[in-house]
Design a protein around this ligand. Structure first.
Ligand code: FAD
Length: 387
């Protein structure tokens, strides 16, 4: 049967769209390559953790996912601290913005599972299933799965991540590069309960970050040159701990290393967000330096914008792949995504420069920002997704 929409990729972004569109009455299919892992409620924390900003929290809440997420697995944070060397830190606080918190640290897997729990029964799930090919026609598009099943639909939404096959099927190229730095994610068990604060220390080798997790858990992020991060990844937990004690601020306290993995840092932006009856969202459309933890927040903002436009088309019984509507989606989201990507790159350049004048400017900038009330409030609101 012809579906209104087939979503390829049931990660955080694709699953959120599947809930939103099916609840509005659309016939939705969801294709996901990997079976969702079933894990006990007290499973150790996964390495992939995201800082979910207030706008993303509202989106997840509107889909029922916030209520399905185990409260014992998420950690609110009220303070976002940036510092360099022995300079006084620059703190962005929820209180300054008259908010209760700036965001939540959550495991990607927990968010994905909560969204899947909220999928209405009407959503046809193909999981695990991979796509084989895609053919576009004037009034529909047909996906063929690797097991031979054919899925005709009015619109395919590609939410299949950074290496999107769907984007490649329709020949949309991308512009971007890999950064000189890579980043290592390290889960630790701490000696004390986490504080509701996330911090980032800037060093000449790259930032060091602390993400609080519930109870005596935290995630550390170590950005450094590829070779250095590769070398760290070969260390035993005890050796890695010794390196962390030497290269992270003392605020981390005593801890045990539980698990670690490293990732390259890539910036990429699709040259177009749609082609015919195929539209891109989330990492399929863009990947960003995770420096300020904005990747999935941009993906959720894509999903929200696209869902508003598609639901309006559906209610008016208009074509779900109308080029003018998809162009509207692209215009709005490309501008917002590019702005955030460029801001992260400016940040990356300024904070990684060893040049003395840039360092002076940086220190001056941090001091100025800590005094400049309205500017600081604006940056804080932007980081929390409140503007
Ligand atoms: C080191 C690191 C740290 C990060 N930290 C943060 C952070 O703190 N905050 C933040 O907001 N973001 C962060 N990000 C970015 C964030 O993880 C991504 O932006 C986010 O996962 C994108 O979600 P997505 O649903 O678009 O794609 P993905 O999470 O990649 O999901 C894609 C889904 O599609 C499925 N799929 C792929 N191919 C196929 C196929 N052919 N057929 C069917 N299914 C398929 C996959 O199995 C997967 O489930 C970080 C990224 C990195 C690398």
């Amino acid at each position: 049967m012809m579906q209104d929409v087939v979503i390829v990729g049931g990660g955080m972004v694709g699953a959120s769209l599947a809930v939103a569109l099916s609840r509005a009455g659309m016939q939705v299919s969801l294709v996901e390559r990997q079976a969702l892992p079933q894990r006990p409620a007290n499973a150790p924390f996964d390495l992939r953790v995201s800082a979910i900003n207030r706008r993303s929290e509202q989106w997840l809440d509107s889909l029922g996912a916030m209520a399905s997420i185990q409260q014992s697995r998420i950690q609110p944070y009220h303070i976002l601290r940036c510092f360099e060397g022995k300079q006084a830190p620059l703190d962005f606080t929820a209180a300054e913005l008259n908010e209760t918190h700036l965001g939540f640290m959550m495991e990607n897997l927990e968010i994905q599972q909560a969204l899947w729990q909220n999928l209405p029964d009407s959503v046809k799930r193909y999981c695990p299933a991979d796509v084989e090919s895609l053919s576009q026609y004037a009034d529909h598009v047909e996906l063929t799965l690797q097991d031979g099943q054919r899925l005709p639909t009015r619109l395919v939404i590609a939410a299949d991540g950074a290496l999107s096959k769907i984007r490649q099927f329709v020949g949309i190229g991308q512009t971007g590069w890999q950064y000189e730095q890579a980043c290592m994610l390290i889960n630790i068990q701490t000696a004390y309960d986490s504080l509701p604060m996330t911090w980032q220390q800037f060093t000449e080798h790259g930032p060091r970050a602390y993400l609080p997790m519930p109870g005596k858990q935290a995630s550390l992020v170590w950005y450094d040159q590829h070779a250095r991060v590769a070398q760290l990844s070969k260390l035993t937990p005890a050796q890695l701990k010794a390196e962390i004690l030497q290269h992270f601020p003392a605020d981390v306290g005593d801890f045990t290393v539980q698990q670690a993995a490293y990732f390259p840092l890539t910036r990429s932006h699709a040259n177009r967000y749609f082609s015919g009856r195929v539209v891109l969202v989330g990492d399929a459309a863009h990947t960003i330096n995770p420096l300020a933890g904005q990747g999935v927040n941009l993906g959720f903002a894509d999903a929200l914008e696209l869902s508003i436009l598609l639901i309006s088309q559906f209610q008016q019984q208009l074509d779900l792949a109308e080029p003018a509507m998809l162009a509207r989606y692209e215009r709005k989201r490309r501008l917002a995504n590019s702005t955030m990507m460029n801001a992260m790159d400016a940040f990356y350049q300024v904070f990684n420069s060893p040049l003395a004048p840039v360092r002076t400017l940086r220190t001056f900038g941090l001091q100025l920002a800590s005094k400049a009330g309205p500017l600081k409030a604006l940056v804080g609101k932007y980081a929390a997704g409140l503007v």
